[in-house]
Design a protein around this ligand. Structure first.
Ligand SMILES: CCCCCCCCCCCCC/C=C/[C@@H](O)[C@H](COP(=O)(O)O)NC(C)=O
Ligand SMILES: Nc1ncnc2c1ncn2[C@@H]1O[C@H](COP(=O)(O)OP(=O)(O)O)[C@@H](O)[C@H]1O
Ligand SMILES: [Ca+2]
Length: 552
């Protein structure tokens, strides 16, 4: 065995075969010595698939521990099933847990146990791997966990205890777990009480609504610390330092799905453990220079606002409420009149109609975020609305106005509301669906779930924007301005209650990441990369074995 060059190389036993096991500066590699010769002549891929060769990055090792090898007396686990050969010549063992890629972007924790001829060698392997892991400073050691016990199918607590906590403990991560007792418990605890210096990250077990609570708590705390008042629409908001992990246990789980490619609690846990980092844009929503909310995924008026308003009354149904309310809202087919003004994103790479997607290590996000930071330095980022001639104005009747700050991919729509949107490019995609027939709207909706382009329809348009504002028609005329907010609501309710009159209600609601906003007239701005998730974006494809050959 050598160690001087930073290389550890030994012949160890794995499942009755002797393997050449190497730890180099970046990878742990094991090759079956018996099949080593075959590799030159046979198909490499075939040889690898039988487990005779494997190469894993150190950055994807979850933990290493000594394995008790006592196969003669007891047989209490798959690793301990030792052959006679192992007993005699390889009486010591250590187990490496690492990330393995399964199908559809799912990650799993796999274990491999190597048997060593002596205890000193075994200890040396364990210590060296542990030393390497200790050098990975991006990994969290201590996490603050919030569980919403009522999200989705009310499985948050069970999911955490059964599938997440055992992995955190294997990775020696300490946790402080809070099961929330009421809505906004997590937000308020983060904003005012939590001792954030003690933690390397915050984990949210729940859906997009719960994630939104965490974002609001952390953002409020950060802005307070830096003395930034978010009521000023032009305020330069400060980014949050703590990363957020999302364990999916909600109804839509689009934050998780769109940042990892799946809504799987184990995959999320592994991204947290290895300390992945994915920056994300955040939108601020203002009404008359008053800050209302942050939005990370979807801001939707008309169709998605109405779906949400209806579904809130059906919370007891769990995730199915969105299907029922979606169907009902589709049948009511209300349209809303108003003016959308927006500031198109210029001098950036990418358009909403691109075929390319935001993937792990996205070049477009990197490039565009650099442009934003240069503009910030030059203080040009937030030009005042009235000063800029670039604003576009569209007046009309809309079935839906959606701003997707990210793809909003979720199990219902794996490509999302705006498939080419980016997680961290400082822009959002503004989708306008004009009044059209039910049949045409259905065509548009169905295209979210198939391969056809949902924007390739005459009544749909999409713009990549930095800012936008919406004014419902009844706020525009002076006479209507005299109506009080409650009067407007009453009017809209009368119409909703009398669909026979054939008119649409004047107002819908904004669906802001699953929360109903109290105002229809809003101002929205995209802020580049204000938060970071324990994620890496969607990997383009599983890393194939052929990749590993070049890494060795
Ligand atoms: C066969 C017909 C297919 C129609 C597909 C319609 C596209 C569905 C795209 C949904 C995009 C949802 C974006 C995420 C929104 C969440 O913030 C929000 C709140 O999610 P939560 O309840 O907290 O998990 N969910 C909803 C449905 O408004
Ligand atoms: N303990 C609690 N009791 C009631 N509501 C809660 C609790 N904890 C969080 N919430 C709220 O529940 C709502 C839905 O949570 P979420 O986890 O997103 O589930 P879902 O995806 O099913 O909507 C959020 O608005 C959140 O603020
Ligand atoms: Ca974006």
């Amino acid at each position: 065995m050598e160690k001087q060059t930073g290389l550890l190389l030994s012949h160890l036993l794995l499942k009755n075969s002797v393997f050449e096991v190497t730890l180099n500066c970046s990878h742990l590699v094991w090759k079956d010595l018996a099949t080593k010769k075959k590799q030159t002549s046979n198909s490499i891929h075939h040889t690898f698939k039988d487990g005779s060769f494997k190469c894993i990055p150190v950055s994807e090792i979850i933990a290493v521990q000594e394995t008790e090898v006592d196969a003669g007396s007891k047989d209490d686990g798959k690793w301990q099933k030792m052959s006679l050969k192992a007993n005699e010549s390889y009486p010591f063992g250590f187990t490496v847990s690492y990330v393995e890629r399964a199908s559809r972007h799912c990650w799993r924790c796999a274990d491999v146990t190597f048997h060593c001829p002596n205890g000193t060698l075994c200890l040396q392997w364990v210590q060296t791997i542990q030393e390497r892991l200790a050098l990975l400073t991006n990994r969290p050691k201590s996490l603050l966990v919030y569980i919403n016990p009522y999200g989705g199918k009310r499985q948050g607590k069970r999911i955490y205890e059964k599938r997440v906590a055992p992995l955190f403990s294997r990775a020696s991560i300490s946790t402080h777990v809070i099961v929330t007792e009421y809505a906004n418990h997590a937000r308020d605890h983060l904003r005012t009480t939590a001792d954030l210096d003690k933690y390397d990250g915050v984990v949210c077990v729940g859906g997009d609504g719960m994630f939104s609570e965490i974002v609001h708590g952390l953002m409020a705390r950060t802005q307070m610390e830096f003395g930034v008042d978010p009521n000023f629409p032009n305020a330069k908001l400060m980014p949050c330092q703590l990363r957020i992990g999302v364990i999916p246990a909600g109804s839509t789980d689009c934050i998780c799905y769109a940042t990892m490619g799946t809504n799987d609690p184990v995959t999320s846990s592994l991204h947290i453990i290895i300390g992945d980092s994915q920056p994300m844009d955040i939108c601020t929503v203002h009404h008359n220079n008053t800050f209302l909310r942050y939005s990370v995924s979807l801001l939707g008026y008309g169709f998605y606002g109405d779906v949400l308003t209806d579904s809130e009354r059906k919370r007891w149904m769990g995730p199915a409420r969105y299907d029922i309310s979606g169907f009902k809202t589709f049948l009511t087919h209300h349209h809303y009149e108003g003016t959308v003004s927006f500031l198109p994103a210029t001098n950036i790479l990418g358009t909403p109609r691109d075929k390319t997607r935001c993937t792990a290590g996205c070049y477009i996000c990197q490039h565009n975020s650099q442009i934003h930071s240069v503009k910030k330095l030059e203080n040009k980022e937030d030009e005042d609305i009235s000063d800029s001639g670039e604003w576009k104005v569209i007046r009309g009747k809309f079935l839906a106005i959606n701003a997707a700050n990210m793809s909003c991919a979720c199990p219902r729509s794996p490509k999302g509301l705006s498939p080419a949107a980016h997680l961290a490019d400082g822009t959002a995609d503004l989708i306008l669906v004009r009044k059209c027939s039910r049949f045409n709207f259905l065509r548009h909706l169905l295209r979210h779930a198939n391969k056809d382009d949902q924007f390739d329809l005459t009544f749909v348009e999409v713009h990549r924007v930095k800012q936008f504002r919406f004014t419902p028609r009844h706020c525009e005329g002076d006479s209507e301005l005299n109506l009080t907010e409650s009067g407007k609501r009453l009017f809209s309710h009368i119409c909703k209650d009398h669909p026979a009159c054939g008119c649409s209600p004047a107002y819908s609601n904004w669906n802001c990441d699953g929360e109903i906003l109290p105002h229809a007239a809003i101002d929205v701005r995209v802020h580049c990369q204000l938060i970071k998730l324990f994620a890496r974006g969607i990997e383009e494809q599983p890393i194939f074995e052929s990749f590993h050959t070049s890494a060795v």
